[in-house]
Design a binder for this molecule. Structure first.
Ligand code: DX5
Ligand code: ZN
Length: 213
């Protein structure tokens, strides 16, 4: 299992040490929130370039922002290697966002909120590298896992097999050891975990456990 720690709950005054403490993870999950698409605001592309200067992890950038098309280039220029946007935010520009990420040379991820039916993604699944299934309402860390995300994961695994697609399935929200086992069972390839990892004393040790769930 690929583990992508979300550092939303990190102590930003010792950011470099905090990122060091999760260096076991090959991926790093950036939760970008603009206070419009979701109620909270976190950080922007400057955070990506700041951490790019001292981390060689794979940068997985989750854009919880309105009008993603206008910002995609900034995040890739700052060092994002995978950019995931929400279909609810892209509205009728999903195809353009996919093409723009490809033009910039990064991997393409699409995501959907818990209440958005999974079939909304059907038209795009053959064009993307990753689907991010939200197992919490996007906007903050520390929420509980929503069991009905398991149905979406299973749907995506079936769709991928039936249509010979190659996208990865990533799950984000409320992931701990128990829920990691459930989503792996359902077909997840990548798990995002924030508070569960950051609440541990030895974060790299728990990342190792999640990698082998
Ligand atoms: C929520 C974010 C998630 C979340 C993960 O909007 O997309 O990445 O921060 O944090 P936990 O693992 O604490 O749910
Ligand atoms: Zn996220």
């Amino acid at each position: 299992m690929i583990v992508a720690p979300s550092f939303l709950t990190a102590n930003f005054s010792i950011l470099r040490d905090e990122i060091e403490s999760i260096s076991q993870a090959k991926w790093l999950h950036f939760d970008v929130m603009d206070g419009r698409f979701v109620p909270n605001t976190t950080y922007d592309a400057r955070m990506v370039s700041r951490i790019r200067s001292f981390s060689n992890q794979f940068f997985d950038c989750h854009l919880m922002i309105d009008n993603p098309k206008a910002q995609i280039g900034k995040y890739i220029a700052a060092g994002a290697e995978l950019v995931t946007f929400h279909v609810e935010a892209a509205k009728d520009e999903t195809e353009e966002c996919i093409q723009l990420i490809k033009d910039w040379g990064a991997k393409v991820g699409i995501s959907l909120k818990p209440k958005t039916p999974i079939e909304r993604l059907d038209a795009f699944l053959s064009q993307v590298d990753l689907v991010l299934v939200m197992s919490v309402e996007p906007g903050k860390g520390g929420q509980s896992f929503m069991e009905d995300s398991l149905g979406k994961i299973a749907y995506l695994r079936r769709f991928r097999n039936d249509n010979k697609c190659s996208f990865l399935i990533e799950v984000d929200g409320g992931i701990n050891y128990e829920t990691a086992k459930k989503v792996k069972e359902a077909g997840a390839d990548v798990i995002v975990s924030g508070s569960y990892i950051f609440n541990q004393r030895d974060r790299n040790q728990v990342i190792g456990v999640l990698e082998n769930v």
